[in-house]
Design a protein around this ligand. Sequence first.
Ligand SMILES: Nc1ncnc2c1ncn2[C@@H]1O[C@H](COP(=O)(O)OS(=O)(=O)O)[C@@H](OP(=O)(O)O)[C@H]1O
Ligand SMILES: Nc1ncnc2c1ncn2[C@@H]1O[C@H](COP(=O)(O)OP(=O)(O)O)[C@@H](O)[C@H]1O
Length: 181
Amino acid sequence: MRNFYLLITGLPCSGKTTLGKRLYEALVQRDISLELLDGDKVRESISKDLDFSRPARIENSVRVVNRARDLMDKGTACILSMVAPYSEARLRARKIIGEGFVEIYFDVLLETCEKRDVKGMYKRARNGEIKNFTGIDDIYEEPLNPDIRIRTDILGIDESIVKIERFLLENFFIAEAKLKI
Ligand SMILES: Nc1ncnc2c1ncn2[C@@H]1O[C@H](COP(=O)(O)OS(=O)(=O)O)[C@@H](OP(=O)(O)O)[C@H]1O
Ligand SMILES: Nc1ncnc2c1ncn2[C@@H]1O[C@H](COP(=O)(O)OP(=O)(O)O)[C@@H](O)[C@H]1O
């Protein structure tokens, strides 16, 4: 089996945290050594000092890649659920990680994400209380050629997990689950 770096990228409220957690739970069942690095958590730890300016988001991406690289060198696969809005930073991550980099784009309309507004941040961004908010006054550069594209407004959580697991199976990142006798 091959080690992997799954980057789940998409607008705020596209479902990254929810699906990242569920995917983690599904994959650890297969006895894979795995770490989940979620954007919100990363920003409370290794990226605590960074804001949401373009250079800071790029620096955030560099730190996450370095952390994941260290983990992967020790045989641990990684799921990264983060906005990762800039193609430049995603491309750099792909180059650094090389084989095993899988880009999963949560392709959801801004209107849908804004309606979900789990933490009320879109509302605050619309009111001008948060600056440089992705989708409102900061750009999200859509991945043009993601390895997996998921419309979380159409596909349910379980179906999305199946789609990702199928890709991982077909590309030899994971094996068929062992039958428990
Ligand atoms: N200005 C601005 N733009 C986007 N997001 C913001 C911003 N300020 C705070 N937040 C909250 O931080 C979460 C995104 O952090 P990330 O580290 O994933 O972003 S990035 O990849 O560095 O762009 C993101 O969490 P998710 O909703 O889980 O995506 C937001 O809750
Ligand atoms: N197919 C889906 N996958 C993930 N989340 C979904 C899906 N359908 C609806 N949702 C809902 O969308 C919201 C997404 O929030 P969250 O996971 O915090 O997104 P993000 O981490 O991208 O900001 C949650 O309330 C979740 O229940």
